[in-house]
Design a protein around this ligand. Structure first.
Ligand SMILES: [Fe+2]
Length: 335
């Protein structure tokens, strides 16, 4: 009997773009262009698009009420990887639909395919991105993308094992490491997964014991990587001067060693800007467990217990509300 070998997708997938829905279009323009230092590609009353590199569009903001992420796009090396993922999704009876030409144009890609991912975040797959013809004009000297993609995202989950299984079974994600942390009496577990040489493309956070989801948005934060320390410190200063509040001032994580800060975006969720995370050497990497999210720094700008409990991983009201909802995971088809 002929057996077909399963194609290994590791290293052939990277985060390609993000679609966010917000009513605060004007504030997002200031936040991304003047604050984070991105290149503004398109600026309309109902639609913004920003570039970080040679791709025409990496971050898209559409006018709408959600104040949340609508979709995350993953770039695949070729049609082979696309077909492999489609086969795996079909085996789990997960429906995939091709995006319209208008939607593809909005995202700056030639075509894409979409399915409903964990927590009902749309996951979109594409191969070819439209490239820019005009030079970048931005405050940041460069963003680091390449094989590792445009950055990483962190997701909170009440079903962390199923969430992890999704990324491992569908995308061949590899475990990089774990961090645990105790915040305001709540034990948090984080697992970091890589899809390529970037230390992690997806981090999954969960509470131990009673599984709560303290985060309102589908994604807790997205990280973008800048090229130099000067890029990081300048963006920090610019964002503060523009009046954006730091969720966590500059600090360093123990696992990827990245120097980073977290700022509240106009939609209320956090975004992380980082510099110099390590890259994984597949030949020598060992999975480690760390205690504590940061080696140093990452302190909130506004201190005090009330503020602490209202924000970030310690949002108890949101956490309690999450107990009343189920969390969608396409592998187990439950809504
Ligand atoms: Fe992060």
């Amino acid at each position: 009997m002929k057996t077909t070998e399963k194609l290994d997708l590791f290293g052939k997938i990277s985060m390609g773009y993000l679609v966010i829905e917000s009513k605060k279009i004007a504030a997002w323009k200031v936040f991304c262009e003047a604050g984070l230092g991105m290149h503004c590609d398109t600026d309309r009353d109902d639609f913004l698009a920003f570039a970080l590199d040679e791709h025409r569009r990496r971050l898209i903001i559409k006018r709408g009420p959600a104040e949340d992420y609508r979709a995350v796009g993953y770039q695949l090396a070729s049609k082979l990887e696309l077909e492999e993922i489609r086969r795996r999704l079909a085996a789990h009876k997960i429906e995939v639909a091709e995006g319209s030409a208008k939607e593809a144009q909005e995202r700056g890609v030639t075509a894409f395919w979409r399915f409903e991912g964990p927590k009902s975040l749309a996951i979109e797959l594409f191969i070819d991105a439209e490239h820019r013809t005009d030079p970048l004009s931005m405050h940041t000297s460069a963003f680091v993308t390449g094989n590792g993609g445009m950055g990483h995202m962190a997701i909170t989950s009440r079903r962390p094992e199923e969430m992890q299984r999704f990324w491992q079974e569908i995308f061949d994600a590899r475990l990089s490491d774990y961090i645990d942390e105790r915040i305001a009496g709540v034990d948090l577990d984080l697992a970091f997964f890589r899809l390529n040489s970037r230390h992690h493309s997806v981090a999954i956070a969960s509470t131990r014991g009673i599984q709560m989801d303290p985060i309102r948005s589908k994604v807790q934060h997205v990280n973008f990587q800048v090229a130099t320390l000067e890029d990081l410190s300048s963006a920090f200063r610019r964002l503060q001067d523009l009046g954006f509040e730091m969720a966590h001032e500059i600090g360093q994580h123990p696992n990827d060693k990245e120097l980073s800060f977290y700022v509240f975006s106009p939609s209320g969720f956090e975004m992380e800007l980082g510099w110099a995370p390590l890259e994984v050497d597949e030949a020598t990497w060992d999975v480690t467990k760390y205690h504590g999210m940061s080696t140093w720094g990452h302190k909130p700008e506004k201190r005090g217990m009330r503020h602490f409990l209202l924000t970030n991983f310690t949002n108890l009201t949101q956490g309690t509300k999450s107990l009343l909802r189920s969390e969608f995971n396409p592998l187990v088809e439950e809504k």
